[in-house]
Design a protein around this ligand. Structure first.
Ligand code: GLU
Length: 508
C-alpha cells in the first residue's frame, strides 16, 4: 500500500457494542496492523436522541478486553482530535454552509406535519419514488421553492430549518467497493438527506464525511448496512472537491442467525442462550441485564479468533486457530466474503476449548481450585492438576473443569434418570454386588491394574463391558459422564469406590 493507512472504528454510543460492531472494529484493527497504519476510535454521537449513558465507556472497555489497542482517540490523544463528534460541533457549520453556497445543498423549512402529509400523499398516490428528493422537492417548503430572498428572511426570523443535500436529478453513478466490486446507483431515486439541523448539530452523513476527510482516513471499513449511503457519501466528497483524497470503501457482510435466515439479533442470543455482547451490559433505560462473552468464560483470544473468521477466510488452509499476530499478518480485505456469515454458537465453544486445551494442567488447576472453593471445598494443587488432566477434554470453559468433576469430591445423592433407564436393568443390582465383592479383593487400586483385573473378570464371567461399567459409573458419578472409569476408581480410592457402589445399589 503506498498511501498511509488510517482507518477508524466509528461507533455511535447508542447501546452495548454488539457482535457486528466488534467484527467491524476487529477488521479495521487487523487491516491497520497489516499495513503498519493507524487504528482510530471516533465516537459518533451527533444524534443526541439515541445517546445511551455508559455506552461509550462500554465500547472502550470492550475493545480493551478483546485486545484491540487504539492508536488515536480522545483517551489516547492524536493530531486530529477531538475524536468525539459532539466536541467537534463547531467544525461542521462552515461545511454545511459551504455546500449551500456552492449549490449542493439547500435550506428546508417543512414542519414534521408537512413531511408526514407528503409521505401520506405519496403513499396514497402509490408514487414510484416516495421520498423527499429530486422528484418531490419542488413541491415542498425550501430554498428552491421560496427563493434566496425569502429564505434569508425566514432564517433571520429564527424559523427552524434543516440543510438538505441536493441530490442530482438523474445521474448514474458507478462506485467501487473493495469487497463487492462495482456498485451502481441512480440518483433519481435517492433522497435529499438532511445534513444539518438548526440546533447546530450535523447529521451522521455530514459529520462522517467531514471527519473522515479531516482525519485523513484512507479506508472506510464498515457494516453492510451503510452500503446504501455510499452514493451520498461519494457525492458529498465530490461536492466538497475532495475526491482525490477520498477513502476507499469496504462494506462487511452481515452476521446471520444460526439458521442463516436473516441478521443475527440480540433476541437470537436470548432465545438460543449465547451472548451477543463482549462484556456484561445493563441497559440503563430498560434495566435489562445481558451476560457477556467474558462472563460466560470465553478467553478474549478465543473470542477474537472466532470473530475474525466470521466473514473472512485465510485462503488456502484449513487452519482455524490463529493468534492475533498471525491474523494481523494474514488479513486482507480481498478475503472477506460478500455473502453473510452464519453465526455458530457451538463453534464458538469449540474455539474456546482449543484455547483452554493448550494451557498446562497446572494453569487450569487454578481455575479448578477457585471453583471448588466457591463450593466450600479445599483442593490441593496436585490433585486439581491431576483431575484437570483427566477431565479437560470434556470441557469448553475453565469453569466447566470443576463443574464436570464434583463427583471426585462429593458422592452422588441423585442419579441421572435418563441414564438409569438406559443402563439399570433387572439383573444389574446382582451384577454390581458380585463385581464389588471381586473388587474388595484387589489390592493394587491403580487405574492400570484395575483395568487389567476388572476386564479379565468381565471376560471370565462372559459379561459385556457396557453392562458392568455403565451402571458402575452411574453409581460412582451420579451420571454416565467423566473420564476413563478406571481413572475415577483410582482417584476415589478403594474404600470410597466400594462405598459408593454399595450404597448406590440400595439408593438408586
Ligand atoms: N456511526 C456509524 C455506526 O455506528 C458509523 C458508520 C461508518 O463507519 O461510517 O455504525
Amino acid at each position: 500500500m503506498n498511501k498511509e493507512v488510517r482507518v477508524r472504528f466509528a461507533p455511535s454510543p447508542t447501546g452495548a457494542l454488539h457482535l457486528g460492531g466488534v467484527r467491524t472494529a476487529l477488521f479495521n484493527y487487523l487491516f491497520a496492523r497489516k499495513h503498519g497504519g493507524k487504528f482510530i476510535l471516533r465516537i459518533e454521537d451527533t444524534d443526541q436522541t439515541r445517546f445511551v449513558p455508559g455506552a461509550e465507556d462500554y465500547i472502550i472497555r470492550s475493545l480493551e478486553w478483546i485486545g484491540l489497542d487504539i492508536d488515536e482517540s480522545d483517551i489516547k490523544g492524536g493530531e486530529y482530535g477531538p475524536y468525539k463528534q459532539s466536541n467537534r460541533k463547531h467544525l461542521y457549520t462552515q461545511y454545511a454552509e459551504q455546500l449551500v453556497k456552492d449549490g449542493f445543498a439547500y435550506y428546508a423549512f417543512d414542519t414534521p406535519d408537512e413531511l408526514e402529509q407528503m409521505r401520506k400523499k405519496l403513499e396514497a398516490e402509490k408514487a414510484s419514488i416516495q421520498c423527499y428528493g429530486p422528484a418531490t422537492r419542488m413541491t415542498m417548503k425550501n430554498q428552491l421553492t421560496f427563493g434566496d430572498e425569502q429564505t434569508k428572511l425566514m432564517l433571520q426570523s429564527g424559523a427552524p430549518y434543516v440543510i438538505r443535500f441536493k441530490m442530482p436529478e438523474s445521474e448514474k453513478l458507478v462506485l467501487k467497493d473493495i469487497i463487492r466490486g462495482e456498485i451502481n446507483a441512480d440518483t433519481s431515486i435517492l433522497d435529499d438527506k438532511v445534513l444539518y439541523k438548526s440546533d447546530g448539530m450535523p447529521t451522521y452523513h455530514l459529520a462522517n464525511i467531514v471527519d473522515d476527510h479531516l482525519m485523513k482516513i484512507s479506508h472506510v471499513i464498515r457494516g453492510e448496512e451503510w452500503l446504501p449511503s455510499l452514493p451520498l457519501h461519494y457525492l458529498l466528497y465530490r461536492a466538497f472537491g475532495w475526491t482525490d483524497t477520498m477513502p476507499e470503501f469496504a462494506h462487511l457482510p452481515l452476521i446471520l442467525k444460526p439458521d442463516g435466515k436473516g441478521k443475527l439479533s440480540k433476541r437470537d442470543g436470548d432465545r438460543l442462550g449465547f451472548p451477543v455482547f463482549p462484556l456484561h451490559w445493563e441497559d440503563p433505560k430498560s434495566g435489562e441485564v445481558s451476560k457477556g462473552y467474558e462472563e460466560y468464560g470465553y478467553f478474549p483470544e478465543a473470542f477474537l479468533n472466532m470473530m475474525a473468521l466470521l466473514g473472512w477466510n485465510p485462503g488456502n488452509t484449513t487452519q482455524e486457530i490463529f493468534t492475533k499476530e498471525e491474523l494481523c499478518n494474514l488479513f486482507t480485505l480481498e478475503h472477506v466474503n460478500k455473502a453473510g456469515s452464519k453465526f455458530d454458537p457451538e463453534k464458538n465453544k469449540w474455539f474456546n476449548k482449543q484455547y483452554m486445551l493448550v494451557l498446562p494442567n497446572e494453569e487450569l488447576a487454578k481455575y479448578f481450585i477457585e471453583g471448588a472453593k466457591a463450593d466450600g471445598i479445599e483442593v490441593s494443587m496436585e490433585k486439581a492438576t491431576k483431575i484437570c488432566g483427566l477431565v479437560k477434554d470434556r470441557c469448553n470453559f475453565t469453569h466447566d473443569l470443576w463443574k464436570e468433576s464434583t463427583y471426585f469430591f462429593i458422592a452422588p445423592t441423585e442419579y441421572d434418570q435418563v441414564n438409569k433407564k438406559k443402563f439399570w436393568k433387572e439383573e444389574t443390582p446382582e451384577l454390581m454386588k458380585k463385581c464389588v465383592e471381586f473388587m474388595k479383593g484387589i489390592a493394587d487400586f491403580s487405574a492400570k491394574n484395575l483395568e487389567d483385573t476388572i476386564s479379565a473378570w468381565i471376560q471370565e464371567n462372559q459379561l459385556s463391558f457396557g453392562k458392568v461399567l455403565n451402571p458402575m459409573r452411574l453409581l460412582l458419578c451420579g451420571a454416565c459422564k467423566g473420564p476413563h472409569i478406571f481413572d475415577i476408581l483410582e482417584d476415589l480410592g478403594k474404600e470410597e469406590s466400594i462405598k459408593r457402589i454399595e450404597t448406590g445399589i440400595e439408593k438408586i
